[in-house]
Design a protein around this ligand. Sequence first.
Ligand code: HEC
Ligand code: HEC
Length: 294
Amino acid sequence: MITTSFKGAMLGAGFGLYIASFIVGYAYPAMTAKNDVPKVKDIHGNIVEVRPYTELEKRGREIYIKEACWICHSQFVRSAGMDEKRYGPVSQAGEFAYDYPATFGTRRIGPDLAREGGKRTDGWQYGHLANPQAMTQGSIMPKYVWYFEKDSNGEPDITKPTEDGKALIAYLQRLGTSIGDFRNPEGNKKASSVSVASAPKFTPEMVNSGKAIYEANCAGCHGINGNGAGPAAAALNPPPRNFIKADYKYGSSDVDLFKTITNGVKGTAMPAWDSLTESQRWEVIAYIRTFEKK
Ligand code: HEC
Ligand code: HEC
Protein backbone atom coordinates (compact mmCIF):
# COMPACT_ATOMS: atom_id res chain seq x y z
CA MET A 1 0.00 0.00 0.00
CA ILE A 2 1.34 3.43 -0.95
CA THR A 3 1.44 5.93 1.88
CA THR A 4 0.50 9.58 1.52
CA SER A 5 4.03 10.73 2.35
CA PHE A 6 5.49 8.45 -0.35
CA LYS A 7 3.02 9.90 -2.87
CA GLY A 8 4.06 13.41 -1.81
CA ALA A 9 7.75 12.57 -2.22
CA MET A 10 7.17 11.14 -5.72
CA LEU A 11 5.18 14.21 -6.71
CA GLY A 12 7.92 16.48 -5.35
CA ALA A 13 10.64 14.52 -7.17
CA GLY A 14 8.64 14.54 -10.40
CA PHE A 15 8.10 18.24 -10.16
CA GLY A 16 11.78 18.81 -9.35
CA LEU A 17 12.87 16.76 -12.35
CA TYR A 18 10.44 18.69 -14.51
CA ILE A 19 11.94 22.01 -13.39
CA ALA A 20 15.47 20.65 -13.88
CA SER A 21 14.72 19.46 -17.40
CA PHE A 22 13.07 22.79 -18.16
CA ILE A 23 16.26 24.61 -17.15
CA VAL A 24 18.72 22.23 -18.80
CA GLY A 25 16.71 21.56 -21.95
CA TYR A 26 15.09 24.90 -22.61
CA ALA A 27 15.79 27.89 -20.37
CA TYR A 28 19.60 27.67 -20.35
CA PRO A 29 19.99 27.08 -24.11
CA ALA A 30 17.45 29.82 -24.84
CA MET A 31 19.39 32.29 -22.67
CA THR A 32 22.78 31.45 -24.12
CA ALA A 33 21.46 31.24 -27.70
CA LYS A 34 20.95 35.01 -27.66
CA ASN A 35 24.73 35.43 -27.94
CA ASP A 36 25.06 32.62 -30.42
CA VAL A 37 25.24 34.70 -33.62
CA PRO A 38 26.42 32.53 -36.52
CA LYS A 39 30.03 33.21 -37.43
CA VAL A 40 32.26 32.32 -40.35
CA LYS A 41 35.88 32.81 -41.29
CA ASP A 42 36.21 35.61 -43.83
CA ILE A 43 38.69 35.72 -46.70
CA HIS A 44 41.34 37.33 -44.48
CA GLY A 45 40.98 34.61 -41.83
CA ASN A 46 39.05 36.81 -39.37
CA ILE A 47 35.98 35.41 -37.62
CA VAL A 48 33.01 37.54 -38.68
CA GLU A 49 29.32 37.48 -37.77
CA VAL A 50 26.81 36.46 -40.43
CA ARG A 51 24.13 39.12 -40.74
CA PRO A 52 20.52 37.96 -40.97
CA TYR A 53 18.53 38.38 -44.19
CA THR A 54 16.81 41.73 -44.78
CA GLU A 55 13.03 41.64 -45.27
CA LEU A 56 13.51 41.94 -49.05
CA GLU A 57 16.08 39.12 -49.16
CA LYS A 58 13.80 36.94 -47.03
CA ARG A 59 10.94 37.51 -49.46
CA GLY A 60 13.29 36.64 -52.33
CA ARG A 61 14.27 33.41 -50.61
CA GLU A 62 10.61 32.45 -50.28
CA ILE A 63 10.14 33.02 -54.01
CA TYR A 64 13.27 30.99 -54.76
CA ILE A 65 11.73 28.11 -52.77
CA LYS A 66 8.25 28.57 -54.28
CA GLU A 67 9.61 28.55 -57.85
CA ALA A 68 11.67 25.45 -57.05
CA CYS A 69 14.84 27.00 -58.44
CA TRP A 70 16.56 24.44 -56.17
CA ILE A 71 15.47 21.63 -58.50
CA CYS A 72 18.12 22.77 -60.96
CA HIS A 73 20.50 24.76 -58.73
CA SER A 74 22.48 23.58 -55.72
CA GLN A 75 23.78 26.01 -53.11
CA PHE A 76 26.88 24.40 -51.76
CA VAL A 77 30.50 24.84 -52.83
CA ARG A 78 32.19 21.52 -52.12
CA SER A 79 35.81 21.16 -51.05
CA ALA A 80 36.62 19.63 -54.39
CA GLY A 81 39.23 21.44 -56.47
CA MET A 82 37.19 22.39 -59.49
CA ASP A 83 34.24 23.53 -57.36
CA GLU A 84 36.37 26.16 -55.64
CA LYS A 85 37.90 27.29 -58.93
CA ARG A 86 34.53 27.72 -60.53
CA TYR A 87 32.37 29.08 -57.73
CA GLY A 88 34.60 30.52 -54.99
CA PRO A 89 35.50 29.67 -51.38
CA VAL A 90 34.16 26.38 -49.93
CA SER A 91 30.82 26.70 -48.10
CA GLN A 92 31.02 27.13 -44.31
CA ALA A 93 28.50 25.96 -41.68
CA GLY A 94 27.56 29.40 -40.26
CA GLU A 95 26.58 30.71 -43.67
CA PHE A 96 23.44 28.55 -43.66
CA ALA A 97 22.34 29.31 -40.08
CA TYR A 98 19.29 31.29 -41.20
CA ASP A 99 18.26 28.82 -43.93
CA TYR A 100 15.21 26.86 -42.76
CA PRO A 101 14.28 24.95 -44.84
CA ALA A 102 17.70 24.32 -46.40
CA THR A 103 18.18 25.16 -50.06
CA PHE A 104 21.31 23.06 -50.62
CA GLY A 105 19.61 21.21 -53.46
CA THR A 106 20.86 17.90 -54.76
CA ARG A 107 21.21 18.37 -58.49
CA ARG A 108 23.21 20.72 -60.65
CA ILE A 109 21.28 21.03 -63.87
CA GLY A 110 22.33 24.69 -63.77
CA PRO A 111 25.41 26.07 -62.00
CA ASP A 112 25.74 26.18 -58.21
CA LEU A 113 24.43 29.47 -56.81
CA ALA A 114 26.02 29.43 -53.33
CA ARG A 115 28.36 32.26 -54.35
CA GLU A 116 26.19 34.04 -56.91
CA GLY A 117 26.08 37.32 -54.94
CA GLY A 118 27.97 40.11 -56.71
CA LYS A 119 28.97 37.89 -59.60
CA ARG A 120 26.67 39.69 -62.04
CA THR A 121 24.97 43.09 -62.02
CA ASP A 122 21.26 43.43 -61.25
CA GLY A 123 20.73 44.33 -64.92
CA TRP A 124 22.31 41.08 -66.05
CA GLN A 125 20.20 39.14 -63.54
CA TYR A 126 16.95 40.77 -64.70
CA GLY A 127 17.75 40.17 -68.35
CA HIS A 128 18.64 36.57 -67.59
CA LEU A 129 15.58 35.90 -65.39
CA ALA A 130 13.22 37.15 -68.13
CA ASN A 131 15.07 35.44 -70.96
CA PRO A 132 18.00 33.16 -70.03
CA GLN A 133 18.58 32.32 -73.70
CA ALA A 134 19.42 35.97 -74.48
CA MET A 135 22.38 35.76 -72.08
CA THR A 136 23.45 32.15 -72.47
CA GLN A 137 22.82 30.64 -75.86
CA GLY A 138 20.85 27.38 -75.63
CA SER A 139 20.06 27.64 -71.88
CA ILE A 140 17.32 25.29 -70.70
CA MET A 141 16.34 27.56 -67.81
CA PRO A 142 12.68 28.64 -68.09
CA LYS A 143 11.76 32.29 -68.75
CA TYR A 144 10.35 33.79 -65.56
CA VAL A 145 8.41 36.52 -67.38
CA TRP A 146 5.83 37.06 -64.61
CA TYR A 147 8.39 38.95 -62.50
CA PHE A 148 8.26 41.88 -64.95
CA GLU A 149 5.68 44.42 -66.06
CA LYS A 150 4.64 44.19 -69.69
CA ASP A 151 5.74 46.72 -72.30
CA SER A 152 3.38 48.07 -74.99
CA ASN A 153 3.95 44.92 -77.10
CA GLY A 154 2.99 42.64 -74.22
CA GLU A 155 6.61 41.54 -73.79
CA PRO A 156 8.28 41.55 -70.35
CA ASP A 157 10.00 44.91 -69.74
CA ILE A 158 13.30 43.91 -68.15
CA THR A 159 13.82 47.40 -66.82
CA LYS A 160 10.58 47.12 -64.78
CA PRO A 161 10.77 44.14 -62.41
CA THR A 162 7.86 43.61 -59.99
CA GLU A 163 8.43 43.81 -56.22
CA ASP A 164 8.75 40.01 -56.18
CA GLY A 165 11.26 40.19 -59.04
CA LYS A 166 13.34 42.73 -57.11
CA ALA A 167 13.19 40.57 -53.99
CA LEU A 168 14.37 37.48 -55.88
CA ILE A 169 17.38 39.32 -57.35
CA ALA A 170 18.19 40.94 -53.97
CA TYR A 171 18.32 37.39 -52.54
CA LEU A 172 20.58 36.15 -55.37
CA GLN A 173 22.90 39.13 -54.81
CA ARG A 174 23.17 38.26 -51.12
CA LEU A 175 24.11 34.59 -51.67
CA GLY A 176 27.56 33.67 -50.42
CA THR A 177 28.64 37.19 -49.50
CA SER A 178 28.77 36.61 -45.71
CA ILE A 179 32.46 35.87 -45.90
CA GLY A 180 33.26 39.25 -47.42
CA ASP A 181 34.14 40.58 -50.85
CA PHE A 182 35.96 37.46 -52.02
CA ARG A 183 35.60 38.52 -55.63
CA ASN A 184 37.76 41.55 -54.99
CA PRO A 185 39.99 40.76 -52.00
CA GLU A 186 42.23 43.74 -52.74
CA GLY A 187 39.24 46.06 -52.43
CA ASN A 188 39.80 49.46 -53.97
CA LYS A 189 43.54 49.16 -53.61
CA LYS A 190 43.64 47.64 -57.07
CA ALA A 191 41.71 50.52 -58.60
CA SER A 192 44.09 53.18 -57.34
CA SER A 193 47.16 51.16 -58.27
CA VAL A 194 46.61 51.80 -61.98
CA SER A 195 49.27 54.37 -62.68
CA VAL A 196 50.03 54.76 -66.35
CA ALA A 197 51.36 58.10 -67.52
CA SER A 198 51.11 57.74 -71.27
CA ALA A 199 49.78 55.44 -73.96
CA PRO A 200 51.98 53.61 -76.46
CA LYS A 201 51.81 54.57 -80.15
CA PHE A 202 49.20 52.38 -81.84
CA THR A 203 50.39 50.26 -84.78
CA PRO A 204 48.36 48.31 -87.38
CA GLU A 205 49.56 45.07 -85.69
CA MET A 206 48.07 46.25 -82.39
CA VAL A 207 44.74 47.05 -84.10
CA ASN A 208 44.78 43.55 -85.58
CA SER A 209 45.30 41.70 -82.31
CA GLY A 210 42.87 44.12 -80.64
CA LYS A 211 40.13 43.01 -83.03
CA ALA A 212 40.37 39.37 -81.92
CA ILE A 213 40.40 40.37 -78.24
CA TYR A 214 37.38 42.62 -78.79
CA GLU A 215 35.32 40.03 -80.62
CA ALA A 216 35.98 37.39 -77.95
CA ASN A 217 35.40 39.58 -74.88
CA CYS A 218 33.56 42.80 -75.66
CA ALA A 219 31.25 42.29 -78.65
CA GLY A 220 28.53 40.48 -76.60
CA CYS A 221 27.72 43.79 -74.92
CA HIS A 222 29.30 46.53 -77.08
CA GLY A 223 28.27 44.97 -80.41
CA ILE A 224 30.40 43.48 -83.15
CA ASN A 225 30.31 46.88 -84.93
CA GLY A 226 30.97 48.83 -81.75
CA ASN A 227 27.50 50.38 -81.74
CA GLY A 228 26.75 49.39 -78.13
CA ALA A 229 23.97 47.01 -79.17
CA GLY A 230 25.40 43.51 -78.63
CA PRO A 231 22.98 40.65 -77.86
CA ALA A 232 23.23 41.21 -74.08
CA ALA A 233 22.84 44.99 -74.27
CA ALA A 234 19.05 45.31 -73.98
CA ALA A 235 19.07 44.15 -70.35
CA LEU A 236 21.82 46.47 -69.22
CA ASN A 237 21.20 49.77 -67.50
CA PRO A 238 23.32 51.84 -67.96
CA PRO A 239 23.74 50.47 -71.49
CA PRO A 240 27.15 49.51 -72.90
CA ARG A 241 29.02 52.41 -74.52
CA ASN A 242 28.51 53.07 -78.23
CA PHE A 243 32.08 53.33 -79.54
CA ILE A 244 31.01 54.87 -82.86
CA LYS A 245 29.75 57.97 -81.03
CA ALA A 246 32.78 57.86 -78.71
CA ASP A 247 30.83 59.78 -76.10
CA TYR A 248 32.88 58.75 -73.06
CA LYS A 249 31.82 59.28 -69.46
CA TYR A 250 35.09 58.74 -67.65
CA GLY A 251 37.50 60.64 -69.87
CA SER A 252 38.29 59.99 -73.53
CA SER A 253 42.10 59.93 -73.63
CA ASP A 254 43.79 56.57 -74.23
CA VAL A 255 45.02 56.59 -70.63
CA ASP A 256 41.46 57.24 -69.35
CA LEU A 257 40.12 54.32 -71.39
CA PHE A 258 42.94 52.12 -70.10
CA LYS A 259 41.97 52.93 -66.50
CA THR A 260 38.27 52.28 -67.13
CA ILE A 261 38.96 48.97 -68.85
CA THR A 262 41.36 47.89 -66.10
CA ASN A 263 39.01 48.76 -63.21
CA GLY A 264 35.66 48.15 -64.87
CA VAL A 265 32.77 50.34 -63.76
CA LYS A 266 31.42 49.31 -60.33
CA GLY A 267 27.65 48.98 -60.24
CA THR A 268 27.38 48.43 -64.00
CA ALA A 269 27.79 45.34 -66.17
CA MET A 270 31.21 46.60 -67.36
CA PRO A 271 33.68 44.09 -65.87
CA ALA A 272 37.25 44.81 -64.72
CA TRP A 273 39.55 43.42 -67.40
CA ASP A 274 42.56 42.48 -65.29
CA SER A 275 42.26 39.08 -66.98
CA LEU A 276 43.77 40.72 -70.07
CA THR A 277 47.46 41.63 -69.99
CA GLU A 278 48.42 45.32 -70.12
CA SER A 279 49.48 45.06 -73.75
CA GLN A 280 46.20 43.31 -74.63
CA ARG A 281 44.32 46.20 -73.03
CA TRP A 282 46.25 48.71 -75.18
CA GLU A 283 45.59 46.58 -78.26
CA VAL A 284 41.84 46.52 -77.63
CA ILE A 285 41.86 50.31 -77.22
CA ALA A 286 43.72 50.64 -80.52
CA TYR A 287 40.89 48.63 -82.11
CA ILE A 288 38.06 50.53 -80.37
CA ARG A 289 39.47 53.76 -81.82
CA THR A 290 38.81 52.45 -85.35
CA PHE A 291 35.03 52.51 -84.69
CA GLU A 292 34.94 56.22 -83.91
CA LYS A 293 33.12 58.50 -86.37
CA LYS A 294 32.95 61.95 -84.95
C1 HEC B 1 15.17 23.53 -65.59
C2 HEC B 1 16.29 23.89 -64.77
C3 HEC B 1 16.39 25.31 -64.19
C4 HEC B 1 15.50 25.94 -63.36
C5 HEC B 1 14.14 25.46 -62.87
C6 HEC B 1 16.13 27.20 -63.00
N1 HEC B 1 17.34 27.31 -63.61
FE1 HEC B 1 18.67 28.83 -63.38
N2 HEC B 1 19.91 27.97 -64.74
C7 HEC B 1 19.71 26.75 -65.35
C8 HEC B 1 20.79 26.50 -66.29
C9 HEC B 1 20.93 25.28 -67.17
C10 HEC B 1 21.67 27.60 -66.21
C11 HEC B 1 22.96 27.84 -67.00
C12 HEC B 1 22.69 28.51 -68.33
C13 HEC B 1 22.26 29.94 -68.16
O1 HEC B 1 23.09 30.80 -67.81
O2 HEC B 1 21.07 30.23 -68.38
C14 HEC B 1 21.08 28.50 -65.21
C15 HEC B 1 21.66 29.70 -64.81
C16 HEC B 1 21.21 30.49 -63.76
C17 HEC B 1 21.90 31.65 -63.24
C18 HEC B 1 23.22 32.20 -63.74
C19 HEC B 1 24.37 31.74 -62.91
C20 HEC B 1 25.64 32.42 -63.37
O3 HEC B 1 26.02 33.44 -62.77
O4 HEC B 1 26.22 31.96 -64.36
C21 HEC B 1 21.11 32.16 -62.24
C22 HEC B 1 21.40 33.37 -61.39
C23 HEC B 1 19.94 31.33 -62.15
N3 HEC B 1 20.03 30.32 -63.09
C24 HEC B 1 18.90 31.54 -61.27
C25 HEC B 1 17.73 30.79 -61.26
C26 HEC B 1 16.57 31.13 -60.46
C27 HEC B 1 16.48 32.32 -59.52
C28 HEC B 1 15.62 30.19 -60.73
C29 HEC B 1 14.22 30.11 -60.19
C30 HEC B 1 13.39 31.30 -60.35
C31 HEC B 1 16.20 29.26 -61.68
N4 HEC B 1 17.47 29.66 -61.98
C32 HEC B 1 15.55 28.13 -62.17
C33 HEC B 1 18.66 25.90 -65.12
C34 HEC B 1 17.54 26.18 -64.35
C1 HEC C 1 28.66 42.40 -69.80
C2 HEC C 1 28.68 43.57 -70.66
C3 HEC C 1 30.01 44.24 -71.02
C4 HEC C 1 31.14 43.65 -71.52
C5 HEC C 1 31.37 42.16 -71.80
C6 HEC C 1 32.09 44.72 -71.77
N1 HEC C 1 31.53 45.92 -71.42
FE1 HEC C 1 32.43 47.78 -71.59
N2 HEC C 1 30.76 48.63 -70.80
C7 HEC C 1 29.63 47.98 -70.41
C8 HEC C 1 28.70 48.93 -69.86
C9 HEC C 1 27.32 48.61 -69.30
C10 HEC C 1 29.33 50.20 -69.94
C11 HEC C 1 28.75 51.54 -69.50
C12 HEC C 1 29.18 51.91 -68.09
C13 HEC C 1 28.64 53.26 -67.66
O1 HEC C 1 27.89 53.89 -68.40
O2 HEC C 1 29.00 53.68 -66.55
C14 HEC C 1 30.62 49.97 -70.55
C15 HEC C 1 31.53 50.98 -70.82
C16 HEC C 1 32.73 50.80 -71.47
C17 HEC C 1 33.62 51.87 -71.85
C18 HEC C 1 33.34 53.33 -71.72
C19 HEC C 1 33.95 54.05 -70.56
C20 HEC C 1 33.57 55.52 -70.60
O3 HEC C 1 34.38 56.32 -70.15
O4 HEC C 1 32.49 55.89 -71.04
C21 HEC C 1 34.71 51.28 -72.45
C22 HEC C 1 35.92 51.97 -73.03
C23 HEC C 1 34.48 49.86 -72.42
N3 HEC C 1 33.28 49.59 -71.81
C24 HEC C 1 35.36 48.93 -72.94
C25 HEC C 1 35.14 47.55 -72.92
C26 HEC C 1 36.09 46.59 -73.43
C27 HEC C 1 37.40 46.92 -74.06
C28 HEC C 1 35.52 45.35 -73.24
C29 HEC C 1 36.11 43.99 -73.57
C30 HEC C 1 37.46 43.74 -73.17
C31 HEC C 1 34.22 45.54 -72.62
N4 HEC C 1 34.02 46.90 -72.44
C32 HEC C 1 33.34 44.53 -72.30
C33 HEC C 1 29.37 46.62 -70.50
C34 HEC C 1 30.27 45.67 -70.95
